[in-house]
Write a protein that binds this ligand. Structure first.
Ligand SMILES: O=C(O)CCC(=O)C(=O)O
Ligand SMILES: [Fe+2]
Length: 351
């Protein structure tokens, strides 16, 4: 059992792959308890090799070491409309009232060609990845290979975690298979510069308090702390300790909605006051974009209404994005308007 006010526990996921029924049942019970409480846990004993985790983390650092000009060649905002490539520092504000976030990102997903039906039909985050050119990054081929190998392994892990989640709801292990078929997932390499000592403590965020929009998120942290989850009951921030080789797993808003709010998609944030650069890699597993999400079995009492109308995966995830990026855009426009304010001439303001 996970106690109130306790940090997300580290669970040994190898029980899922083994033949020990009692260990498997304990894993399912522990995962259920986390889903009901804070929607966060860490796992070791998964099948993603340590060398691959290390390999992608090394590439994370190497990519952000490129110059701004080189990174902007693969800008997410100017080179494509399907959410791939580089995202500038201070592009997002996830927590209303805080400053634009001290993080930069690089978005990678399934390698979807322009002839793929998902690209043709403009499905959620679907299209070719944006890789730096070999003149900028001579061993870009290894960057691609490592990224995609890692991505596919973590997507497979997400499907295994969903098998455990099905069991936590007393459903067949295969319950989420159709939803997972043709799933969209997005991974982002993240770099959080250390917060400058003179930046306002109360307003500075690596990533502001938010919940994730998708179904489940699988996150790799390096060894620099900074991720915190808000305890649902005590309302205190709990540190999610970096643990070598472990993944942090958390439920997103889609899973919360799907479970009729029985399972929790919880608020979390990153504040990097460590004095070191922090790197992390979340993979957001959304699911098949056309799959219709409608109250899961065993998530409401007999006769009780579902709280939410059915929605497709795509509709649900896109709604979340619009809010957070809109806030950063408005903040920047307001700041630019203020900066360009010129003192009134003859009593008439000129803008
Ligand atoms: O970097 C982290 O540890 C958390 C990232 C995160 O919460 C997100 O990208 O949604
Ligand atoms: Fe998050």
């Amino acid at each position: 059992m996970v106690g109130v006010g306790e940090a997300p526990p580290i669970l040994d996921f190898s029980a899922f792959y083994g033949g020990d029924a009692a260990a498997k049942k304990k894993l399912v019970d522990d995962v259920r308890s986390c889903c009901l409480h804070n929607g966060f846990f860490q796992i070791t004993g998964h099948n993603v090799p340590r060398e691959l985790q290390q390999g992608i983390m090394d590439w994370n650092k190497k990519f952000f070491d490129l110059s701004l000009e080189q990174k902007m060649e693969v800008s997410k905002d100017t080179t494509n409309t399907w959410n791939r490539g580089y995202e500038l520092l201070k592009s997002q504000i996830l927590e209303e009232g805080t400053l634009p976030e001290l993080k930069e990102g690089f978005y990678i997903g399934d390698e979807i060609s322009k002839s793929h039906p998902y690209f043709i039909n403009k499905k959620l985050n679907s299209g070719p990845n944006m890789w730096p050119s070999p003149t900028v990054l001579p061993d870009v081929e290894d960057f691609q290979k490592t990224s995609l190998a890692y991505y596919y392994q973590v997507v497979d892990l997400a499907k295994d975690i969903l098998k455990v989640l099905a069991q936590t709801l007393h459903l067949e292990e295969s319950w989420f298979d159709e939803f997972s078929e043709g799933a969209v997932a997005t991974m982002r390499l993240l770099h959080y510069p250390s917060q400058p000592p003179d930046s306002p403590q109360k307003l500075t965020r690596g990533i502001g308090a938010h919940t994730d929009f998708g179904t489940i998120t699988i996150l790799l942290q390096d060894n620099v702390a900074g991720l915190q989850v808000l305890d649902n009951q005590t309302k205190e921030w709990l540190d999610v300790e970096p643990t070598p080789g472990a993944f942090v797993v958390n439920l997103g808003n889609l899973m919360m909605r799907w479970s009729n709010d029985k399972y929790i998609s919880n608020t979390h944030r990153v504040i990097n006051q460590s004095g070191h650069e922090r790197y992390s890699i979340p993979v957001f597993f959304s699911g098949n974009p056309d799959f219709v999400v409608e109250c899961l079995p065993n998530c409401r009492a007999e006769g009780e209404e579902a709280k939410y109308a059915p929605v497709t995966v795509e509709q649900a995830v896109l709604g979340g994005y619009a809010d957070s990026y809109g806030r950063a855009e408005r903040f920047k426009k307001d700041a630019a308007a203020k900066a360009s304010e010129v003192p009134p001439v003859n009593g008439v303001a000129v803008a």
